[in-house]
Write a protein that binds this ligand. Structure first.
Ligand code: NAD
Ligand code: 2HG
Length: 303
């Protein structure tokens, strides 16, 4: 099998695939070179950098490509409906990165509560701003989780262990699976939470879930964490909410556009930001690599 890992793949997974007799190309291609490489591959594996949209799908039709794998959870960088309509199979690796993303979300909660992000910047400039950095404790505070799937549940367990009260909302109603956490409507959750963390997919046909109206419902001085997708929060409304003081701090791993050009948001002193690294741990990438191999083996009946 010829496998194109256009955004790279974990070294261990690459070794296993090569040992299985596959030809694995881990270079990154764009434009015509990508079209050519995809047409001559059986499988393409992408992370978030490579976008597989209608135009590209049209260009690779009729070649050898059969399987597109998103080595990750969110498949919003692949037009999967269009790909499937054109007889390509699209798969992801949803089971491997939950702990990594949950740990990053908790990291942003700590950074914001204790001004770690800001103190890092100012101390490196030679400033000693001890008086500016009186923080708040997370113990006893309410964390509202929007979406209660794989990642959110990992966040919930960690937050509960840290003494937070966890409430959640989801498209499903109250779930028997999570008796220890309180189910609320989105509206109730926004009103009651001290911290809000988003763990939902982005559906561009629906647009952002958190817009001006939702910010208005939140407590003054709320903290907001987004490790889901940039599009689920309206960045303009977020910036206004940060400037007005409605939002005391935002922890952001994902942006409407990536790499982001929204420097006003990145530079904002109340923002703790990371460049979409939720799944970027040694362990998660190794698990993602192994899950990718399972997907390939199952698809081509290689087990
Ligand atoms: N930052 C990163 O590197 C990174 C890594 C992995 C995943 N993600 C993002 O995290 C998202 C969640 O991943 P997961 O594995 O927990 O997914 P999941 O499918 O297990 O959980 C998502 C949950 O959200 C619910 N949901 C969907 N839309 C909703 C809405 N509008 N309101 C309330 N609930 C809603 C679903 O019913 C589901 O229970 C992914 O879709 C992806 O976009 C980001
Ligand atoms: O591939 C990445 O680096 C990010 C992955 C993440 O956004 C996902 O949805 O799994």
């Amino acid at each position: 099998m010829r496998i194109l890992a256009n955004d790279g793949i974990d070294k261990n997974a690459e070794k296993i695939l090569v040992n299985q007799g596959h030809i694995v190309d881990t270079n990154h291609y764009d434009g015509n070179a990508l079209v050519e490489k995809m047409r001559n591959s059986d499988v393409i594996i992408v992370r978030s950098a490579t976008k597989i949209q209608k135009e590209l799908i049209e260009q690779v039709k009729g070649g050898d490509l059969k399987l597109m794998i998103r080595a990750g959870v969110g498949i919003d960088n692949i037009d999967h409906l269009y790909a499937e309509k054109n007889d390509f199979t699209v798969k992801n690796t949803p089971n491997s990165s939950s702990a990594a993303v949950a740990e990053l979300a908790i990291g942003h909660i700590f950074a914001l509560s204790r001004h770690i992000h800001a103190a890092n910047v100012t101390m490196k400039k030679g400033e000693w701003n001890k008086k500016h950095y009186k923080g708040t404790e997370i113990n006893g505070k309410t964390l509202g989780l929007v979406g209660m799937g794989r990642i959110s549940h990992e966040v919930a367990m960690r937050a509960q262990a840290l003494g937070m009260k966890v409430v959640y909302t989801d498209l499903f109603n109250k779930s028997e699976k999570y008796p220890e956490f309180e189910y609320l409507t989105l509206e109730e959750l926004l009103k009651r939470s001290d911290y809000i963390s988003l763990h939902i997919p982005y559906d561009k046909t629906k647009g952002p879930t958190i817009k001006k109206e939702q910010f208005e419902l939140m407590k003054d001085g709320v903290y907001l964490i987004n490790t889901a997708r940039g599009g689920v929060i309206d960045e303009k409304a977020l910036l206004e909410a940060l400037n007005s003081g409605k939002v005391a701090g935002a922890g952001i791993d994902v942006f409407e556009e990536e790499p982001t050009l929204n420097q006003a948001l990145v530079d904002h002193p109340k923002v703790s930001c990371t460049p979409h690294i939720g799944a970027s741990t040694e362990e998660a990438q190794e698990r993602i690599g192994l899950e990718t191999i399972d997907v390939i083996n199952n698809f081509f009946n290689l087990n």
